[in-house]
Design a protein around this ligand. Structure first.
Ligand code: SF4
Length: 365
């Protein structure tokens, strides 16, 4: 038998198997009850598992929903029946032990199903993490609850993205004609509606440019952006933002050359630029994949039954670890969330006709 070990952002993973198929997938999380012993007779062979490794890494990056891997798990006939049924549970969804028991024709065998689930030697590929308690509680996972939660979140967010994209189609965000207008819009939209931002932008009458904002008197700038509210503070913020941009000679390509983390820190050091504004500018003006979190995102994620971490950056990292790290996806996903929050998932929800209805537990705010 051969084995290999590799890293993923979820945990280190061991694979073991031979030409008859994969026998073990061990998640080295340091949690849970499952232990894994490498036998002396096994031979390390990384190339033998290159296809399996590639597919598993794609899954952890949100790029793969199903596997095409030959499996050869050892177990009783009953366990094999349960594992085969687990493979039919769709990506991004969850079922109960009872659901599986009913599906295999043994409706009173929930407990035995739970035990077979716990013995699954090929987690991730045979998705035992998609089995939860009857009231949607996480319940046990041989490799620890934390990694089970991460996998369920990863799948749900990717499924949400697909469903929103299918339903609303591409949003072509951000609504602006130039990168500088985008940056100005990101500041003006703080604590107000986009309708008010549009009125403020229209007041520039085609003259909006960094050169104009640099030279215009603060008082006059205040008048122009009045419809966006908080105009005294926002005028100062625009002046500061423009001062920062001058460092790059108002040349967006020069700014785009800067490393993403360095640029995020620079933006956060501008007076009046918070995390949400900084991430908007990173994605929509500077072409850097940084996931934008706003009130709409927090509201949607909460209603979908995902625990919203307290800090902005913690939720941003949940998204960045779950969905494919791609400018296109980050750009589009945020635009879709905004669209959805204004169409169905409003403060006062309109669940009828919602594309996420089937997968949303509609958790109360
Ligand atoms: S089903 Fe209702 S609560 Fe859930 S996402 Fe849709 S609108 Fe929001």
């Amino acid at each position: 038998m051969y084995y290999t070990k590799f890293k993923t952002h979820l945990c280190d993973i061991y694979l073991a198997g031979d030409h008859d198929g994969l026998k073990h997938l061990h998640m080295q999380t340091g949690q849970g009850k499952r232990t894994f012993d490498l036998l002396d007779s096994w031979e390390k062979n990384d190339t033998f598992f290159s296809k399996e490794k590639a597919q598993i890494i794609e899954y952890t990056q949100g790029k793969r929903k199903t596997f095409d891997i030959k499996l050869n798990p050892e177990g009783t006939e009953f366990q094999k029946k349960v594992w085969a049924m687990l493979k039919t549970v769709p990506y991004g969804t969850a079922v109960s032990y009872k659901d599986i028991a009913i599906k295999i024709g043994k409706p009173t065998a929930s407990r035995a199903v739970g035990m077979a689930n716990g013995k699954n030697p090929l987690p991730v590929i045979v998705p035992c993490h998609r089995v939860v308690g009857s009231n949607d509680t996480l319940t046990g996972f041989a490799h620890g609850l934390e990694v089970k939660k991460e996998m369920l979140q990863l799948e749900k967010l990717n499924l949400v993205y697909k469903k929103l994209l299918d339903f609303y189609q591409i949003q072509y965000w951000w609504p602006a004609d130039t990168p500088y207008e985008m940056m100005v819009g990101a500041v003006l939209t703080q604590n107000t509606t986009w309708e008010n931002v549009k009125k403020a932008l229209n007041n520039f009458d085609g003259k909006l440019s960094p050169e104009f904002v640099e030279k215009v008197a603060l008082q006059d700038l205040t008048k122009l952006i009045r419809p966006s509210g908080y105009y005294n503070q926002k005028a100062i913020k625009l002046k500061e933002l423009t001062r920062w941009y001058k460092k790059y000679n108002y040349n967006i390509e020069s700014a785009r050359k800067i490393d993403q983390d360095v640029m995020r820190t620079e933006l956060l050091n501008i007076k009046g630029v918070g995390r949400e504004t900084a991430d908007c500018i990173l994605v929509y003006a500077l072409n850097k994949p940084s996931f934008v979190i706003d009130t709409y995102t927090k509201r949607l994620v909460h209603r979908l039954g995902i625990d919203v971490p307290k800090s902005y950056d913690a939720l941003r990292i949940v998204f960045e670890k779950s969905v494919p790290k791609s400018l296109e996806v980050y750009n589009e996903f945020h635009g879709l969330i905004v669209k959805h929050a204004k169409t169905h998932c409003l403060k006062s929800v309109q669940c009828e006709g919602c594309p996420l209805d089937e997968i949303c537990p509609k958790r109360e705010l």
